[in-house]
Write a protein that binds this ligand. Structure first.
Ligand code: SAH
Length: 344
């Protein structure tokens, strides 16, 4: 994708756009109009922005060339309707975005980094290492692009999960800005409760998120009930062990009053036994939480347990009074499921 290396147009808030346009001698109110075209109407074509003056459009075109900082490179569709988009960014980096249609929802799973530095052993994204953070505009643009696509068939996004490539809380500022952009009343205006940020467990950032004035959902990738086990698959556990992580989760709930979700990928003969389920129940007892069991998606050597075994695991949590569900597998045939995004 050929593009000037300028700040992308999908990243600034209206007031930042206003400053930018004023510096060029344009009226500040043009910024609201421009923001509305991009974020509310999902219009990515300068020529179609009919209420903007010609000289402004000319300026934008020379300065930015394109509205979106990404371009579709490859598109795949699963037999279950899940769609995966490979986008190319201005510097040639590639990221993936997944659209998951359901009966009453249209969820997108967006990426926050090119690659990932966390190196969880079961996840494809980390295998290739970390390249760079995405900008707020690049994160936001994934949602705007999919929204534009969905409107053409008369639907629209209902939920956004930050569960694509990368560790969202390691790119904190840009991720939070993208939530605020998508939540903006002059833009898509998606309710904050429709966002879920998933983290491998960056304790200080969980604390920081609790202080934000935003009703987003927090999901924590736990995947094990002992430090020994967790450190084997998730190197981050050596920095922030389970006790510290759960303490952060508890105070998150205390401060925000919101329930935390724990993701637990079930790996055959590793963390899927009755003993593991009981230990997990002991850890979480009394917390305002929900456990999402994910039968592991085949990426490296991790195998998926049988459905009976997953259900037995869920049964133990259930009898301990811990709300639990087994995540439905989506898009595995096109490598679009959890942990399968590589950006290739
Ligand atoms: N970095 C963030 C978000 C990305 S992944 C995080 O760690 O939470 C979204 C979820 O998919 C995480 O819970 C992640 O641990 C999980 N996941 C990764 N690889 C997986 C796999 N092979 N099978 C099932 N879930 C996986």
């Amino acid at each position: 994708m050929e593009k000037k290396g300028k700040l992308d147009l999908t990243g600034p808030f209206p007031e930042e756009l206003a400053q930018l346009l004023q510096q060029q001698g344009f009226a500040a109110y043009r910024a609201s109009q421009l923001f509305g075209w991009i974020h509310n109407k999902t219009c990515f074509d300068f020529e179609a922005m009919s209420n903007l003056p010609k000289d402004l459009l000319a300026f934008l075109e020379t300065e930015y060339r394109t509205v979106l900082p990404l371009e579709l490179a490859v598109e795949q569709r699963s037999k279950d309707g899940t769609e995966k988009y490979l986008f190319e960014l201005a510097d040639g980096a590639k990221i993936e975005t997944v659209h998951i249609p359901e009966d009453k929802r249209d969820t997108i799973c967006i990426s926050t980094q090119v690659g990932c530095a966390m190196r969880c052993s079961f996840c494809a994204t980390g295998q290739g290492g970390f390249t760079r953070n995405l900008t707020a505009g690049e994160i936001t643009a994934q949602a705007l692009w999919v929204e534009n696509r969905l409107r053409k068939v008369g639907t629209g996004l209902t939920n956004v999960v930050y569960m694509g490539m990368g560790e969202p809380l390691a790119n904190y500022e840009a991720v939070l800005k993208s939530v605020r952009l998508l939540n903006h009343p002059q833009g898509l205006n998606l309710g904050a409760r429709r966002f879920t940020i998933s983290t491998c467990g960056l304790v200080p950032e969980i604390g920081r998120l609790a202080q934000e004035d935003l009703q987003v959902n927090l999901a924590i990738s736990l995947h094990a009930a002992t430090d020994g086990q967790r450190s084997k698959t998730m190197p981050i556990n050596r920095r922030y062990p389970i006790a510290e992580l759960l303490e952060a989760a508890r105070s998150y709930t205390e401060v925000t009053g919101r329930r935390v979700s724990f993701e637990y990928a079930l790996i055959k003969d590793f963390n899927d036994g009755a003993e593991d389920a009981r230990r997990l129940a002991d850890l979480l007892r009394g917390m305002l939480c929900h456990v999402n069991l994910i039968p592991v998606n085949p990426v490296v050597d991790a195998q998926r347990p049988t459905m009976e075994r997953c259900e037995a695991f869920a049964g133990i949590l259930n009898s301990a009074g811990i709300p639990v569900s087994i995540r439905k597998e989506r898009g595995t045939d096109i490598d679009a499921a959890c942990g399968q995004l590589r950006g290739k």
